[in-house]
Design a protein around this ligand. Structure first.
Ligand code: MG
Length: 372
């Protein structure tokens, strides 16, 4: 394909309610979208990076800067000629890190390519199911009572898996309250976003009696040895999220016993193609894998549904409709029925942006073109 331009577009969407995790509180989702235009059509990518570099080192301003100065110029170096989505990661490989920025660019190229070929993302990645089960993720609540109410709403909507964000000072008590109120039938798991240290092992073992499906990222992303040690000292299975940056890292983490479960986020590993490779590694190792969320719009969440259609995604992902957390979306609403969502089957990454919504929520655009 020949890319004629790449547009970087900033969009600002309000959260329904401020989101609080161990890393801080956000009231708005400041997003970066990437549009790739070719002579035959256009494709869109959504960057997972958040406003602040607190989930991983990437953040939205940084993603825009690295795309503008380093990634887009590399991709367009041959006058915009690109062999296809599979050629994007190799073209950008000299730039270290910046997986979310790379993933957004690859996603846009993938969208153009799939639309031109009349193929859906699920088909391209090897999806085997037409619906997927979603769980909900709940931030740190103002009180245990408010958390129990929020879980009750999710359960009433038909969700059977709930994930609670935890941090030191907000862990055993909320978990005990939710378990006591909803019983053992609720699949319950927690996410610490790296807020503990291996020295907290005895404290984290206090969660063992609650039969949690997993504890996600208890230790900082780089502490893989600590995670392997913690896995020996607590009964709750460890899932790694922030630590998993590629299929190679996933293979190493599973081999060293630092995790029993893997959370895959396409942005964090550099794109949907690498995310599918992480899935393959986990499937081969017999480790359950599930798709995480980054408070995406429906654009990326539709694509995540396609990823979660792969056979190794045996656990519900953070795939609930964006209407649960965003006050407005950029695509037609994704709908859940008793906690299940349809895997998109249309050509492309899975959703069309609504022009009016895109216009309304855009705060800035910037056009990059190939060198003459
Ligand atoms: Mg997580």
């Amino acid at each position: 394909m020949r890319i004629t331009s790449v547009e970087l577009r900033r969009v600002r969407l309000a959260f329904l309610a401020p989101i609080r995790t161990a890393a801080g509180t956000s009231a708005v989702r400041d997003l970066l979208l990437v549009k790739v235009e070719t002579i035959t059509g256009e494709g869109w990518g959504e960057c997972a990076a958040l406003s602040e570099p607190t989930y991983t080192a990437e953040y939205v301003e940084g993603a825009a800067a690295v795309l503008r100065s380093h990634l887009v110029p590399r991709l367009l170096a041959a006058g915009g000629e690109v062999a296809g989505a599979g050629a994007v990661a190799p073209a950008l490989a000299a730039v270290r890190g910046h997986h979310m920025a790379k993933a957004a660019l690859e996603m846009a190229v993938l969208d153009v390519e799939l639309r031109a070929a009349g193929v859906s993302l699920a088909e391209r990645l090897g999806g085997t199911r037409s619906t997927v089960e979603a769980g909900v993720a709940l931030g740190i609540a103002p009180s245990v009572g408010a958390l129990v109410d929020a879980v009750g709403t999710a359960v009433d909507e038909g969700y059977r898996r709930v994930k609670l964000k935890i941090e030191p000072g907000w862990d055993v008590e909320p978990v005990a309250a939710v378990r006591a109120r909803f019983g053992d039938g609720l699949v319950l798991q927690v996410d610490a976003n790296g807020a503990y240290r291996v020295a907290d092992a005895a404290h984290l073992a206090l969660l063992d009696p609650f039969g949690l499906a997993m504890i996600e990222q208890p230790l900082p992303p780089d502490d893989l040895a600590g995670s392997a040690e913690l896995a020996r000292r607590i009964a709750t299975p460890i899932c790694l999220d922030e630590s998993i940056t590629s299929a190679e890292v996933a293979a190493g983490v599973l081999a060293m016993g630092a995790a029993a479960v893997v959370n895959v986020k396409p942005g964090r590993v550099g794109g949907y193609l690498e995310a599918a490779r992480v899935h393959d590694v986990c499937l081969a190792a017999g480790a359950p894998v599930w798709c995480g969320g980054m408070f995406e719009t429906g654009l990326a969440r539709a694509a995540n549904l396609a990823l979660a259609a792969l056979p190794g995604f045996t656990l519900p992902g953070d795939l609930s409709p964006p209407a649960r957390y965003l006050a407005a979306d950029l695509v037609a609403p994704l709908l859940a029925n008793n906690g299940r969502l349809q895997v998109p089957s249309r050509p492309g990454i899975g959703a069309d942006l609504l022009p009016d919504a895109l216009e309304e929520y855009t705060t800035a655009t910037e056009l990059l073109v190939p060198p003459p």
